[in-house]
Ligand binder design. Sequence first.
Ligand SMILES: C[S@@+](CC[C@H](N)C(=O)[O-])C[C@H]1O[C@@H](n2cnc3c(N)ncnc32)[C@H](O)[C@@H]1O
Length: 257
Amino acid sequence: MNTIYHVTKTFIAYLRRPDLYPELGRKIVKNIFKRNNAFKGKEKTNRWAAAKAVTQEKAISSLFGVNSLAFRHDFSAFLAQAEQKQEECPVKMGGAGALELIYYACEWTNAKAAIETGVAYGWSSLACLLSLEKRNGRLYSSDMPYLAQDGDRYVGCVVPDHLRSHWKLFRLADKESLPKIFSDYPEFDVIHYDSDKSYDGRIWAYDMLYTRLRKGGVFLSDDIGDNSAFQDFCEKLNIDPTVIEYEGKYIGAFIKG
Ligand SMILES: C[S@@+](CC[C@H](N)C(=O)[O-])C[C@H]1O[C@@H](n2cnc3c(N)ncnc32)[C@H](O)[C@@H]1O
């Protein structure tokens, strides 16, 4: 009963948003014909990731040469405020990930422009913006709203007002928002992928995002153990990525050579 209610509510919410019709069509096709796509190659990749995995601290040290992580200390007030905002939010979304990794990627590249897919409460956005703001940089984000929960207005709610002038949020599915973002800004210092977790969705976005990452820029992807898209993508391009184990999941990272 709950599932029928959720599906009906989502469907009606989609009907009210013509700009999301293309994604609705893709979701219907995915749910009917491609149900296993989300887990394609999962076992193979989990063996591969487990053999390569290091901690976030080790990864930040080997990739960016930072050995003492002051992030949580330096931004403790903002992080506490963000926790409070998350607690007060009536809509439940995905929580914070490896924020230090994102922050130090922006610091190490002296980032002026970063792009992320998947915002939810906005933890990864906050980590990027705390660095970008220092250089008057800009974050471009793509996020598909939580339609069933009327969650649109809460997307990014943990990002404080003073950082919002450095942020451009595109409230569309990646397939629509990424081309719009690229026509706004051509090349990025840091990429953080954390949206459509299907195999095909990842491969489509990885290919597109990689061409827009500058040489020496940092590519990060969350939840790479869901399927083998990240591993297959890296093998195709002869990239040997760093794999980070974080709270029981795997994150992929590499610097574009
Ligand atoms: C795990 S959450 C992101 C968490 C966020 N990066 C953070 O650190 O707080 C995933 C987000 O991706 C969005 N999403 C899922 N599929 C998407 C798509 N095809 N295009 C854009 N956003 C999508 C979801 O609505 C959700 O807000």
